[in-house]
Design a protein around this ligand. Structure first.
Ligand SMILES: [Zn+2]
Length: 62
């Protein structure tokens, strides 16, 4: 009788913040970093810069 609704949720195309290690260039997402006990690259470096997601904006040429 208690019909539970499906727990499926639509996958939102959300541009998660992408970070790039300034040392080795390994890219990771903020989500991945949040899973780690500390923000650290696989190479051991801890400095990241924000990288653009692979979405190319179209800019109108005047
Ligand atoms: Zn690195």
């Amino acid at each position: 009788m208690s019909a539970e609704p499906p727990k499926e949720q639509p996958v939102k195309v959300f541009a998660a913040a992408v970070y790039e290690c300034v040392r080795c260039g390994t890219r990771t997402t903020q989500e991945e970093l949040s899973k780690l006990p500390e923000v650290k690259c696989i190479c051991g470096y801890r400095v990241f810069r924000k990288a653009r997601p692979s979405v190319v904006k179209q800019i109108k040429a005047v």
